[in-house]
Design a protein. Structure first.
Length: 317
């Protein structure tokens, strides 16, 4: 009997570990952060947060709707539901009191999503020129330039970008192959390979700048985008995804570009928008960005073509 109990305990621990590993660490942190806010709302109002019930969740969504976007409400709902599942509780997120309340909020607020601005070619060139003008060591310039250019050229998510190791790189006559071991839409680590060709202008070429960075830094293995310690000594520590945002905002500011509406995602959306403007079809864009559905890519294409395919162009004044 004791042996059976021990086996069940081990199975229970292994199952909990599987549940944790089914989601990326960033996703789990987001769930916990969202649920913490829900817990605070419930505690303040004397309500149960775990397990909870649809009526309480609906009240919370109404409370949030005063200062939050519809997308935020939907994300919080997913987080509350996932925490319940991981703790062994059932929550009916399809209950009419939740669904119809969200529909009502959406009608009142509208549901248009105003994303961060894409980093377009003129911004990209200005950023690189600004980095070149800085009075700092070449090693820092080439790290920052290659980070931004590779991020844009490969349509990378921030977490994908900082996760690249030297072992993931393969320089070929056509350019550079980068193996992505795992991403947001590839939780099981099936991987994908992105190809970045050489650009005609060396100053803005992701491949040539990265090659120069690796040469100067003497990185032969491990993370390619690393932190500096004081005195610009290169460490073996990987940059964080937040570093990408901070670096971009720093150089945008130095370039005289208002940076409030730009974020790390601006590199990825910038690639998709510029590719769409240049006539790339949605499949080729998705092959690079790793989008699993066409919804967001079609949005980039629509925005890129807002003047190109404008009916008013046919009107003669």
């Amino acid at each position: 009997m004791n042996e059976l109990t021990t086996d069940l305990k081990l199975l229970h621990e292994a199952t909990l570990n599987n549940l944790k590993n089914s989601k990326a660490n960033n996703t789990l942190r987001a769930y916990k952060s969202d649920f913490k806010d829900f817990g605070a709302f419930c505690a303040k109002n004397g309500l149960n947060s775990l397990p909870t019930e649809p009526k309480i969740v609906s009240l919370y969504l109404t409370h949030l709707s005063k200062n939050s976007k519809i997308s935020t409400l939907r994300r919080r709902l997913v987080s509350i539901s996932m925490v319940h599942k991981m703790k062994g509780h059932y929550l009916d997120t399809k209950h009419p009191i939740i669904v119809e309340n969200l529909m009502g909020i959406r009608r009142v607020k509208g549901s248009i999503q105003r994303g961060k601005k894409p980093l377009l070619i003129n911004h990209l060139k200005l950023l690189i020129d600004t980095i070149n003008e800085q009075k700092t060591e070449e090693i820092k310039k080439f790290r920052d330039k290659s980070l931004i250019l590779i991020g844009f050229g490969g349509g990378f998510r921030r977490t994908e970008l900082i996760s690249i190791d030297h072992e993931d790189l393969e320089f070929v006559p056509e350019g550079l192959k980068i193996t992505i071991k795992k991403s947001k839409t590839d939780q099981y680590g099936e991987g994908m390979i992105k190809g970045i060709p050489y650009f005609s202008t060396e100053n803005y070429c992701p491949v040539k700048n990265l090659n120069k960075w690796l040469e100067i830094s003497k990185i032969k293995s491990g993370p390619i985008f690393r932190r500096f310690s004081k005195g610009l000594s290169l460490t073996d520590k990987r940059l964080t995804d937040q570093s990408v945002v901070l670096l971009m905002k720093e150089y945008l500011n130095l370039a005289g570009i208002e940076n409030t509406n730009f974020a790390g995602h601006s590199l990825r959306s910038g690639f998709a928008t510029v590719a769409a403007e240049s006539g790339a079809d949605e499949r080729s864009i998705m092959a690079m960005t790793g989008h699993k559905t066409t919804q967001m890519v079609r949005r980039y294409i629509r925005e890129a073509n807002i003047f190109k395919n404008n009916a008013l162009n046919k009107v003669k004044f």
